[in-house]
Design a binder for this molecule. Structure first.
Ligand code: CA
Length: 222
């Protein structure tokens, strides 16, 4: 596992780098955000440990500078900032996990291993097809011409599911399972209503006929 460690405290950087190398990680270190983006543009990493308070370019700036598509490291933010708003900012900017300082090294290791195991599809970037754009991390959707679409959480989840697996037919029961969650009172009928509502919003936004209905089988975006 190739890991980029971005931390401006020399002492913490040294301790973490030694510990991670002893655990078998290949570690590069960067002491500020600009140095980090230099490493990131030149080399591929599986993982990144990222401090938020950094000289020159802060951690949020480093996250924003990550490419929107293709290969990118999974990011564990290690920060002294312990407010919910800080976590949300970091996660919205593309972090995968967040650990507050001070921390136990064992927990850093456990979280890195969990991130390394996470399937790639969790790291989807912006999904784009037939004029529709969906940003799963920011939970925002746009229609043709960049017009923002106002989708409910379930409509968003359905559109994300169909876009992410284009060409695959999803039965109502599968959609129900993937979107509504096990303890919900949703039924096959409510999935029909959900699809109807989403289609209407897509039609209104100029993206008509995006979702197809295969009679007796389910729905898909071909
Ligand atoms: Ca710092």
């Amino acid at each position: 596992m190739k890991l980029l460690l971005v931390e401006d405290s020399e002492r913490l950087r040294g301790t973490l780098a030694r510990g991670l190398r002893a655990e078998g990680f290949t570690v590069d270190v960067a002491a500020d955000g600009v140095e980090a983006t230099g490493y990131l543009s030149g080399f591929g990493y599986d993982l990144m440990i990222l401090d938020l308070g950094l000289p020159r370019l802060d951690g949020i700036g480093v996250l924003r500078a990550l490419p929107a598509g293709g290969e990118r490291p999974r990011v564990l933010v290690l920060s002294a900032r312990d407010q919910v708003g800080d976590r949300i900012d970091a996660l919205n900017a593309g972090a995968d996990d967040y650990l507050v300082k001070p921390f136990a090294f064992e927990e850093v290791l456990a979280r890195l291993h969990a991130l390394a195991r996470r399937p790639a599809e969790v790291h989807a970037d912006v999904l784009e097809y037939a004029g529709v754009r969906l940003d799963p991390q920011a939970h925002r959707a746009w229609a043709s011409g960049g017009v923002a679409m106002n989708l409910t959480p379930r409509e968003f989840a359905l559109l994300e599911l169909l876009l992410r697996h284009r060409g695959r037919v999803f039965a109502r029961a599968t959609i129900l399972d993937r979107i509504a969650g096990s303890e919900s009172e949703a039924s096959d009928r409510s999935i029909e209503v959900l699809v109807f509502g989403l289609r209407r919003k897509l039609d209104d936004a100029g993206c008509a006929n995006l979702i197809e209905n295969r009679r007796g089988a389910g729905y898909l975006i071909p």
